[in-house]
Design a protein around this ligand. Sequence first.
Ligand SMILES: NC(=O)C1=CN([C@@H]2O[C@H](COP(=O)(O)OP(=O)(O)OC[C@H]3O[C@@H](n4cnc5c(N)ncnc54)[C@H](O)[C@@H]3O)[C@@H](O)[C@H]2O)[C@@H](O)CC1
Ligand SMILES: [K+]
Length: 484
Amino acid sequence: MAFDAEATKRCSLMTPDAMAEADRRTIAAGTPETTLIDRAARASLRVLRSEFTRRPVTILCGPGNNGADGLRLGEMLVDAGWPIEVICLGEPPSAERHRGLDGRLRPTGTFAPGPGALVVDALFGAGLSRPVEGEARALIEKLEFAGASVLSIDLPSGIDGATGEVLGIAPQADVTVTFHRLKPGHLLGEGARRCGKVFCADIGLQYREGDASALHNAPELWRHLLANGARETHKYERGHTVVVGGPGFMGSASRLSAYGASVSGAGAVTYLAPLSSAEFAGTVFDAVMVRPMTGPEALEELAEGKASSIVIGPGMGHGALSRDCLHTALASGLPCVVDADALTLYEDEPSKLFSALHEGCVLTPHEGEFARLFKGVEGDKLSRAKAAAARCGATVLLKGSTTVIAGDGLPVINTNGSRSLATAGSGDVLAGLIGGILAQSVAPREAAAAGAWIHAEAARSAGPSLNADRLPRRIAGVIDRLVS
Ligand SMILES: NC(=O)C1=CN([C@@H]2O[C@H](COP(=O)(O)OP(=O)(O)OC[C@H]3O[C@@H](n4cnc5c(N)ncnc54)[C@H](O)[C@@H]3O)[C@@H](O)[C@H]2O)[C@@H](O)CC1
Ligand SMILES: [K+]
């Protein structure tokens, strides 16, 4: 079961190159470039007026169409009676480019924004092609200490729209207005931090299948998949997740996974407990079924029977039983969430793990586990997750305040994470939650996307006192609201 097709179009993220292509297509189909610039400037004006009171405005304009948007916005502000000045990089713009700005153009050396001013950053957008240096850098440096408010057009100048990385230098914007679709760079790394509040305006560009390079995670993509599960009546039709438990004191992490699975909407959860923790597990769980496990046969038996997904790794340890269970889980062919100790068991010989994985698996590493397992995979978060998924042949969910999911189909960027999630055991709950969604016949990328968003949403309105024990109850509330 897949993402909703219409929502996929709305949640698409486009690289700067794809955006330039959509721009060319729209112009070739009969919309003049000046009309697009006009619409972009008008959208910027709307946002500017809604976010800022009247004040002195300095517009910094670059040599390309980002600068053209800025110049056109300047003309509109003059018409609206705002006090503005315009500073252009390089050669002064041709008279045609700035018809309504006579007497407002200033040389770059005069740029001295005061604390109450508003600076419109229209230096570079989608056409940024190299690190920002020289005059442009000097302007952005001045902004850093000025205390002025900043509205960036399209992107804070210097942010790479494809990756979110800073090329040279980039300002900290309060507000960013972009057009048509967000770019990955609005959501990743420094880009996410530097954009401030992001607005995306429709300027009448045509959308075409194949334009997207990633998706911005949102419930509209996958809500229907959860609702499908809710309509089934028999518990085993709603899926059965098996959580492989950990021994002794380490068992708590896997118990958190079982709690995560138990609120996922799956019909049943079985906790397979090593003998050292079985009795205790039996006393703490009610809704989760507990089965003692002396060897991997217990897992094999469930996998051949009623189980429809497996969660393996949290609190499992690195012993012989762990290895046996991991092999059994992966060999079963059932959808598996591979987390924590299951990721680090083979960190010295990852190819052994990769060759046992299959396309129904979801790996859920945090940055540390990722670096150990996918040695040599570097770059921005989106590229790394994609490279890792290609290397291991499974879905990879790379955790963080922004989480990236890469697997079959377009990668997904999840951005509703908050600091409250940075608490011990939170990842164990997530592994169980995704396992429970997988059990309901949801495909791996889709289950991981749903799990990441729901998990983050459950913590979003919580304060720093949130602990992993309280997370499952909040997750249940989020899911119930989504499917009601
Ligand atoms: N594609 C679209 O959908 C639309 C784009 N519009 C605007 O057009 C922008 C893209 O325009 P362009 O493709 O002209 O690109 P930009 O205006 O972002 O920048 C390209 C120009 O900057 C120079 N440049 C790039 N990096 C530099 C650096 N580090 N230092 C100095 N110079 C550098 C290039 O040589 C080129 O002259 C978008 O960001 C947006 O603001 C809008 O006008 C309307 C529609
Ligand atoms: K810009």
